[in-house]
Design a protein around this ligand. Sequence first.
Ligand code: CP
Ligand code: NVA
Length: 298
Amino acid sequence: MTRHFLDITDLTVDELGTILDLAQRPNLARSLAGLGVALIFEKPSNRTRHSMEMAVVQLGGHPVYTRGEEVGLDVRETVEDVTNVMAGYHGMLAARVFRHDTVARMAAVSAVPVVNMLSDWSHPLQALADVLTMQQVHGPIAGSTVAYVGDYNNVARSLAEACVLLGAEVSLGCPVGYCADDAELDRLNGLGVGRVRQVHRAIEAVQGATAVHTDTWTSMGQEAEKAERVKVFEGYTVDEAMMAAAAPGAGFYHCMPAYRGYEVAAEVMDGPQSHCIRQAHNRLHAARGALAFVMGER
Ligand code: CP
Ligand code: NVA
């Protein structure tokens, strides 16, 4: 059966553990030897493009970077036609898309694995690097509190899913209207042994947290809402006072790109508690683990 990776919830707890092990295993088999991987981007990228291209190379494959407007998904030809054609050239397809439905439609018809490189719904490759980094810095995260402050977005959702699967206590601090609704909280709480709670005051969310995460208030595609969002998220900047309210020795995490003075103060982003560059570097190891996994490596 073709194995796709669109969401953290495509994985069992054991499979998530396997990917995290593969991410740290030296000398993985060259499971992409002789195969191409199409990397289709409808949005800009630094970390995802470079980590995926190098992960493909390290597994013996050949990455083919393609801009979304070049293939014109549903503009030049349908998502299904693009997918079926590319599946004849490549051993795997990966896409960064505006609508999650696009990667879902690709997976529905593709004869080769499809990997989600970020959609409006989720960012599973990011969450793999997030939990890998937290485990390296703090040890196993089961039972510890992982806080996420800011917009409940694609990054927050995948992070929460991974943390619940690994048995962490997730503490969301998100404003009304930009938070997880009750159905989403129920869904998250049904995924695994970890628990998710949500408050609407950031300083309250970080109490006792081992790790404090945030992300941009304005995701790609939401640029027109920026002025409104800056007003809504006032008080949600992760600054030194907020880090002081977390557990002693707490780490700060951000998927990047980071906007200093908005979701994070420069003193925190660039300070001793920040693990963001390690987190970004772990995108490569996480990607290599994930790609090896979908190619059948265990
Ligand atoms: N964190 C992340 O996905 O970064 P890029 O948008 O640069 O790929
Ligand atoms: N939430 C952000 C993540 C960027 C890596 C976005 O979707 O733009």
